[in-house]
Design a binder for this molecule. Sequence first.
Ligand code: GAP
Length: 674
Amino acid sequence: MSLITAIPRELQTSPAAAASLLLALEVPRIFAALMSQTKEIPLMEKIVSLCKRRGFIFQSSEIYGGINGFWDYGPLGAELKRNLRDTWWRAMTRDREDVVGLDATIIMHPAIWKASGHVDTFSDPMVDCLVTKKRFRADHVEPQTGTVLGFDGAIEREYLDNLHAFVGEEIDLTKGDPEEYAKLRATKRIPGGPSPGSEVLTILGDGGHRVQETKPHMVVRHPFQLLVKGHKESARKMVTAFYQSRGMSDPVPFRETVSRVENSRAFNPENGAQLTEPKPFNLMFHTYVGATATDDDKAYLRPETAQAIFAQFKNVVDSTRQKVPFGVCQIGKAFRNEVTPRNFTFRSREFEQMELEFFIKPDEAIEAVCGSVAQWSEGADLSAPQPNWGWEMWHRYWVAQRTAYYAGIGLGADVLDYFWQGKADLAHYARACVDILFKFPFGTEELEGIAARGDFDLTAHQTASGKPQEVFDDEVKQAFGKWTDEQRAALVEQKKAEQRAKEKGGMTDEQTAAWCDRLFKGFYVPHVIEPSAGLDRLALAVLTLAYTEVEKTDANGNKETLTVMRFHPRIAPKKVAVFPLLKNKPELVAKAREIYETLKKHLAADYDEGGSIGKRYARQDEAGTPFCVTVDFDTLGEKGPELKDTVTLRHRDSGEQERVQISELLDRLLPLVS
Ligand code: GAP
């Protein structure tokens, strides 16, 4: 068997870490190979290229040049995504008694998006490069430091030459507007000549005949700044390009200033040109429903799956036996017209979300029923929900649940991180929000957000639709029934004080009193915890995590670098591949096909008889298939009865090979892949 040397993935992304560790291990050969590879092709490029070559992910509409921010999943990618979807669905609803599913439409009544706030506020600040017109998300522009050249405007060279000739002296371009300067001179020299400030300047020669008439764009008084990147000459070319884009042919910029900026986001990181001021850009795609296509027919492609869950909340309550606390989950497409789609599928314009809205009682109701609300502290037991849990314990519980889900598909603590939003970053209605981050090759970025959103969403739909979204909870009614009038009055006062203290979105005293009154009678709008994950981001995370390079030396001493996709068997696109040792031996082929036919009824299986066994292993390694089964002459009993009806089972990650009875194969494999 050939020697296979695995290159740990952290070494692929950090040449410095690679250097110290590998030198310590005295493996200079691998080190040299690794360093030259990482220098040659960045990891993400290799992953993107593998995705295309092996059919994980293709650029959408590639034969027409592609369309930015849209991606298609090929045969292996479609299987991978389906497995991720299935593991999520199983963990979030099938394995639980307190969560049910929903499958809603992508286009919904536009009033939903008005009520949710998306029509008015679902926007990103965008900036445009003043030279190339390229658009950026303002908050994605890297802060830059350096020297800035600034100009007040530019004048056409031909016109400037005429002005020179007219005033009979060089016009000092550092002083300001050359035309204004010339007008001043003209006023002095010609009685009744053009006055300063006139819109169009006609300069008359000494003899009274016309020598120059201004044309459009002779002077452009638009200030422009540029962060000098590299040579000053190339900076000047950029300035010329800016004024040319304003209709000039040979612009001479005037009134140059030089300054310095620190950590500025005002310049295009690619060419240094000034960016426009940020403008909000609504991210929702819209369309028209029906043939008339008036503004009244305007509808939106949903930018998140969550709102359908809120809009159908009452129907779910009325059609199931679920009682708060319970959840509704959904997987489906979402669309956002992202200003700058980037990092492969990470920020796409069409993507899939996997969202849960978990509805809970308000803390005031818990307090009435249980006497107090459980407080979270480090190490608190989150293994099983308790009746005295308020929003904080539920929120922590879902963070723990989602973390356990990720561990179950191979994304352990070493590749995840958490970002707890500070009070200042939170939406006014949110109580807490944590982003679960994954260490992508391009940085540690959000995979999922888990927010405690209070009763904001259902209340917004209740107000906008006029349809009550409250539930009736007899237990809560009974509990408050035992309270004294003084206790109830104290709660009303406490709530009023809390609401008054809110900077934004607080209820009036009247509204608070009405809210308390409903609560005392057992009615409330449930609060919600929302774990919201991106399926495409998860697919990208597992693809980047699985990607591993191994160096193989064949019998002739030739080395080659092979790719192994080390997916967790639960999510691998294919679980097992079956090979006959030789394709021209009918008995081997017949046996292998028989095994394949049996296995494929239970798990995603592949059959391959092309090329050497080594080549077939390599093909399956690239696809991430965790197990390969080879039927050989021993299987047919040629070496005696002990090995008859056994096959070689090869494990992708260890390279280990073992003989297994055909009759035991399925029982061996199923627990490993499900
Ligand atoms: N309902 C809450 C919500 O939509 P979000 O943080 O905007 O929250 C949730 O989105 C998740 O959806 C993100 O954590 C991410 O995984 C995924 N997501 C959001 N925008 C995306 C995009 N443009 N491309 C791919 N995935 C995206």
